[in-house]
Design a protein around this ligand. Sequence first.
Ligand code: ATP
Ligand code: MG
Length: 322
Amino acid sequence: MPACRELVVECESLAPAPSTAAVSDFGRRFWTHRESHLTAHTFAVANQKGGVGKTTTAVNLAAALASLERRILLVDLDPQGNSTSGVGIDKADLQLSIYEVLVGGDPMIHVIRPTGTPGVDLAPSDVRLAGAEIELVPTIARETKLQSALRPVRELYDVVLVDCPPSLGLLTVNALTAADAVLIPMQCEYYALEGLTALLTTIDLVRRHLNPSLHVTGVLLTMVDPRTKLSDQVAAEVRRHFGDRVFETVIPRSVRLAEAPSYGQPVLAYAPDSQGSAAYLSLAREFLQRLDRASLGTASGTGELSGVAAGALPDGEGVDRA
Ligand code: ATP
Ligand code: MG
């Protein structure tokens, strides 16, 4: 991590002049916070299963953390670009996206833009990113592109959230390599734990070969329907596997949460009094508590992949049990 002064020099040479109203808020915060010594904690929101609530969690946790006065960078690492549209950015208007950063080598600061949510900036994505999975294959240090790109901007934010695609390809590996920890949303349904072995194996491989400090910091139960017995049974099963790594907060199934993206807004803005809004605020508070405990080195939820989490894997499948 560069010293703060070096970082400022580096960023000054990279930062675009904040010339328009659209970037002025970002620019103001950029210049205001450039002296910050805080280093952002980077979280990959990952699960190769589709439709489990990764994007909903990334967008709404970002907004909830920002409402608690944290500076957030949301990185959309999914070619579907759902986080991008979910915070109101029109993908059709994008000149630059995370694709230019990963494949073209553009500085991250050139693609970051403010969103309609104060305190949340976005590194946007669009469908071109799908090509990155292939275009990156022959490049040097292909797994560490995102990590390197985030380095000069990490200190501008308290938390960086990376929304991963529903696959375990090179994009997700880049997110896991750049991250301090993984947040795994799990839909409260019968097959919730299916496919988890592949995810945990990938996390463990990244930890052993690319990012030794990577942790699973939390499993989040999403789309919980408290009226059904099935939700209770699945939640109990997930808690049995992951113990206190499962967030106490659960995200209920909520129509408002499903509607909010079509208005390009986090639920906190779209329906502030809804259950979904309350749930993501509660998650943000629990998340920050865990972060505090982790920086004091006492969070049991941030340990290595071992014990109960490793127990989810068949014997001998890529888990360092030491
Ligand atoms: P993908 O793997 O395709 O990226 P994802 O894991 O990011 O999907 P989301 O896009 O967040 O999943 O959610 C899938 C769908 O479920 C979306 O239509 C979303 O609006 C809806 N959804 C997510 N969470 C909830 C919830 N708690 N209540 C109701 N609907 C939800
Ligand atoms: Mg998604």
